[in-house]
Write a protein that binds this ligand. Structure first.
Ligand code: PSU
Ligand code: MN
Length: 310
């Protein structure tokens, strides 16, 4: 039988960092293959990796190439994934199909978290997590299932604003997933800093976030800890401005009968058109912001662990 370790390919850089317990930040790739247009996608991948390195951590962008799950992609591999024509959006249920077909794919938040568990990476930065959708009943992202069962810190700008945010937060509560507001009492709404919804607690210091996560896991809980980092003020779009646009895009999706895994990419793309690219700029900015915070948290984990050993 095939073993996960035969499918998982760690880059030499990531392998080295993990072997000596250096801070590593995982980055997903659905955002590159399905979330952003070319050439902004590859540019963003570079920018995120650069931001993580600048802060002294090792980036591990995760994705499928020829049926192998790469943890850490080199320059040529990243370029290939960002430009590949036949590319899947890979959540955990698609793993076997991609592996047996020897295909390429961008891993979603859930897919990336599965790879992280196997590779023992504890910190992950994304844009916005998936959640409960508004327009179709029972469209609940597999991201929520992964967040409920994989113990790691996930930095995001809240859940994507296209979702039913109250329902998404209720689900996270049901599944015992804490949601830390990074310096805020309000759950950020991806493009917007405000949502009118609360978080479990408000923390600002990476060291405090790590201490919280370690306490959470020491109780035997297996769920992730979400760090919800509001989009930088300069690129934030007020919720009142976004809401009618999201509603229009959602209505169009309904009319066109777009559902399943096509829904999120359709909505992101349509909202970008309707805002003349403003929402995409916001998306790029929050992704970079999250990569930076994740790098600081990964370093704080290392500091915490060292203190424990000494
Ligand atoms: N964040 C972004 N853009 C994206 C995504 C997240 O800024 O495209 C992706 C993530 O990979 C997430 C996926 O896992 O959208 C959710 O898709 P779905 O709702 O079909 O589960
Ligand atoms: Mn879905």
């Amino acid at each position: 039988m095939l073993h996960f370790d035969e499918v998982l390919v760690k880059s030499s850089e990531v392998k080295r960092a993990l072997n000596v317990s250096l801070p590593v930040v995982a980055l997903e790739s659905t955002v590159l293959t399905h979330g952003l247009p070319r050439p902004q996608n590859l540019q963003l991948a570079h920018d995120m990796e650069h931001a993580v390195r600048e802060l002294g951590a090792t980036p591990a962008t995760i994705g499928f190439l020829d049926g192998h799950l790469h943890v850490g992609l080199n320059e040529a591999e990243l370029t290939r994934l960002a430009n590949e024509k036949e590319v899947y959006k890979v959540g955990p249920r698609d793993f076997a199909a991609v592996i047996t077909q020897g295909a390429c794919g961008g891993t979603t938040v859930a897919g990336t978290m599965f790879a992280c568990r196997q590779a023992n990476i504890k910190v992950f930065a994304t844009g916005g997590i998936g959640g409960v959708h508004r327009e179709s009943s029972f469209d609940i992202s597999a991201d929520l299932q992964a967040l409920a069962t994989i113990p790691m810190i996930v930095v995001c700008a809240g859940a994507k604003a296209i979702l039913d945010l109250p329902a998404t937060l209720e689900y996270l509560e049901t599944m015992s997933v804490p949601v830390i507001g990074y310096g805020t009492d309000e759950f950020p709404a991806f493009y917007s800093r405000e949502s009118g919804l609360g978080v479990s607690l408000n923390l600002k210091e990476p060291g405090d976030i790590v201490e919280f996560a370690k306490a959470h896991w020491s109780m035997g809980l297996q769920s992730a800890v979400i760090v919800a980092n509001p989009i930088p003020i300069a690129e934030a779009i007020p919720r009142s401005e976004m809401e009618p646009i999201i509603e229009q895009a959602s209505d169009e999706a309904k009319e066109k009968k777009i559902h399943g895994k096509e829904l999120t990419p359709f909505l992101l793309q349509r909202i970008s058109e309707l805002t003349q690219g403003k929402s995409m700029q916001a998306n790029l900015s929050l992704l970079l912001n999250n990569a930076r915070l994740a790098a600081r948290i990964a370093k704080a984990i290392r500091a915490f662990d060292r203190r424990r050993v000494i």
